[in-house]
Write a protein that binds this ligand. Structure first.
Ligand code: PGA
Length: 224
């Protein structure tokens, strides 16, 4: 509308996103802010349990997370896949093996996210289902620090593919071909059921869903 074009959408947008979405969501905010110069943004980046707390306290307009909370009454919509992959340094002996077994993986030192992390929970569930125990050498509360630790040879880990560069490439890290991986997950945009979204929040929600559609089309065509 004409009002949109004149930048008449005003106000604050409060977002809270899980750590892996911080590679995607801020990048999208650039074009959004250019389109709506009257909108200011507060963006919180935290792990799964941090998002749950903020959601319970109704602190933000919209939340991006990978596991929809079952015990809270929320509206949710999946908008992009979020595969969890096994990462090793490029020169690792397993780097070129095919269909590596979980038991072989368990022989390697493992780097695990902190308690409260959704990634950690998904990884622990997979190992538990297949009665595998990994040797956790290091526990780290940051995806970036884990990538550095992998590159530095401290161990292997499982992270969202979105923690790699936008096209999934990284010169120091290699995605291993391990059975039962990737773990298929989605990002969801979530808000409390019954919450009256502001015009600004609704505008952003539409923008996010649309941008994700374009992102998934372009990333699937480039990997063909
Ligand atoms: P995390 O979030 O930072 O809590 O691991 C990622 C996820 O839940 O997919």
């Amino acid at each position: 509308t004409v009002a949109d074009l004149k930048g008449l959408k005003q106000g604050q947008l409060r977002l809270a996103v899980i750590t892996t979405a911080k590679y995607f969501v801020p990048r999208l905010l650039g074009p959004f802010c250019q389109r709506y110069p009257g909108i200011d943004i507060a963006l919180q980046v935290t792990n799964h349990s941090g998002i749950l707390e903020r959601l319970t306290d109704n602190l933000d307009d919209l939340y991006v997370m990978s596991q929809v909370p079952e015990h809270l009454d929320v509206v949710f919509q999946p908008f992009l896949d979020n595969p969890l992959v096994v990462l090793a340094p490029v020169n690792h002996p397993l780097a070129h093996e095919k269909n590596i077994s979980l038991s072989r993986l368990a022989e390697e030192p493992f780097i695990m996210r902190e308690p409260g992390s959704g990634t950690r929970k998904a990884v622990q569930q997979l190992f538990a289902t297949h009665e595998t125990t990994v040797k956790v050498k290091l526990e780290l509360g940051s995806n970036e620090a884990i990538k550095q630790a992998i590159a530095g040879g401290l161990g292997l880990s499982v992270l969202s593919r979105h923690t790699l560069t936008p096209d999934g490439a990284n010169s120091e890290l290699k995605v291993l071909d391990v059975e039962h991986f990737p773990i298929h997950r989605n990002w969801y945009v979530v808000y409390p059921n019954g919450k009256q979204l502001s015009v600004v929040a609704r505008t952003y929600l539409e923008y996010l869903l649309d941008a994700a559609k374009q992102f998934s089309t372009s990333s699937s065509s480039s990997s063909d």
